[in-house]
Design a protein around this ligand. Sequence first.
Ligand code: AMP
Ligand code: GLY
Length: 420
Amino acid sequence: MNILILGGGGREHSLAWAVLQNPKCDKLIVAPGNAGIARIATCAALDIEDGGEVVTFAEVNAIDFVIIGPEAPLAAGVADRLREAGILVFGPSAAAARLEASKSFTKEICDAAGAPTAAYGHFTDAESAKAHIRQQGAPIVVKADGLAAGKGVIVAETEEQALAAIDDMFDGAFGQAGAEVVIEEFMEGEEASFFVLCDGETVLPVGTAQDHKRVGEGDTGPNTGGMGAYSPAPVLTEAVAQKALDRIVRPTVNEMKRRGTPYQGVLYVGLMIKDGEPRLVEYNARFGDPECQALMMRLGAQAMDLMHAAAEGRLDGMQVNWADDHAMTVVMAAQGYPGAYDKGSVIGGLEGLPETSSAMCFHAGTARQDGTFVATGGRVLNLTARGATLAEARDAVYAMADAVDWPGGFLRRDIGWRAL
Ligand code: AMP
Ligand code: GLY
């Protein structure tokens, strides 16, 4: 099979790495890819949000199967264009990807499906949004309705913060994404992510994870795209997962099917768990980044068979072969991230890192310049390892981190602290 993966981050590096272990993969192209991905696959410059361009590229290169990594091409309808052209694709239609692209849409689906989630209000003008906040009081959560690259959520501890967030959003701080807001009840508990594959009808859990969103140790400081993750998530026990499937995931997938917009791809189910009861925080229409890196390290080659089965509507009867293992991924980011950061700093020590089925350095934002690797993004490297225990995985990951010679970068030393 000739496979095309869309995306160029650590998530896509780990997807490429898993796909390449599967003997069914003949040729792999990743667009746009990055310098780490270029070491294992062909990279192609392509506007991955332009469905027409992606279809033409897939046809010219005799691609049999496309895996879409990030949310932007999904929201732009790239999966729809591929399906119309008769090309097999893993990833939801734009209509189904609204589960990520619109917070108010997700809330509406939860209402229709009876899925437990935070109480909410949906507003299109600042005055009524503010009136709602004054009536509810703090803590309270303000969300821009649309895609805001993970930055459109303000967990306000005071009423003033919430009111200021409304002003920011309606003043255009998040562009069109903030033209509508959802205001939610603040939910207490422990967060974890549940990943399920869907083929429109059948759902198949493929793993759980927890990530660390704050930049600083002890989960302090500003929010990031994620500074590290580990799988499995101890808080997401089998009993909690079963409740989440029965009360949240299956009713959602059924409701999407009933509306004529079946969900096919991976559904990232963000949960808040309190006293063993899960409630939905959010859906994403893609694998989490960096959670995917830990999941791929645990799933290996079967990840491709599972995604392929989801795309072909064959999930019923598929099963995941679990090893009783743990994986951790630690992000190395450029100094300054998530604020302004420099690009172009040289990264040394990568050649000596292990590259095995239990330890990999996935690249998230690198380029190659005159034979050396340089940083090109905020999140730059994702050191990932697997072990019989989480502590073993952690020790392996930080041993890799110690071998990286990158003065321009930093990392958190406490990934997994809650579980360890
Ligand atoms: P979201 O983009 O919806 O996942 O929100 C980003 C983060 O904000 C989540 O991962 C949670 O940590 C937090 N969050 C979102 N909604 C709520 C809520 N209703 N109650 C508490 N925390 C929330
Ligand atoms: N790590 C969180 C996300 O991918 O949204």
